[in-house]
Design a protein. Structure first.
Length: 135
């Protein structure tokens, strides 16, 4: 009995220490995030813009790389998909922003696994990982 209780308490303690969780729409609602890394490469503010993403209470997604983007998101079993993602269509002066913008578009349209902690959002899909910091 003591061993079972110890194992149960240990499992609860380990689970409680976990900082990463799959999220639901309520956890993303009314939150803003700044892009901090794409595929492990750090993102620095460029061209006076701070690339980022935000969500409203109905999981409408909007943000900016160098172009603004928006669409209605769907979140099921920790996977975010924005099938009808729209954006402005200006060429960025920074080639990295152009590349990252295309990466984000593919990841959101094809679906991304969402991991959310108190301070970070990670979107993983289509062979890419985008990391964001809460604002």
């Amino acid at each position: 009995m003591k061993k079972t209780m110890l194992l149960l308490l240990g499992a609860v303690a380990l689970n409680g220490c976990s900082q990463t969780s799959h999220s639901d729409a309520g956890q993303l609602a009314n939150r803003l995030f700044a892009l901090s890394a794409v595929d492990g490469q750090a993102v620095k503010s460029r061209e006076g813009m701070k690339p980022g993403i935000g969500f409203n209470e109905s999981l409408s997604v909007s943000g900016v790389m160098c172009n603004r983007f928006f669409g209605q998101g769907q979140l099921e079993q920790g996977r975010l998909i924005v099938p009808m993602l729209a954006s402005t269509r200006m060429q960025c002066n920074d080639p990295l922003l152009n590349k990252w913008e295309q990466t984000l578009s593919v990841v959101l349209k094809e679906g991304a696994e969402v991991k959310l902690t108190e301070h970070t959002l990670t979107l993983t899909g289509s062979g890419h990982t985008l990391e964001y910091t809460a604002q």
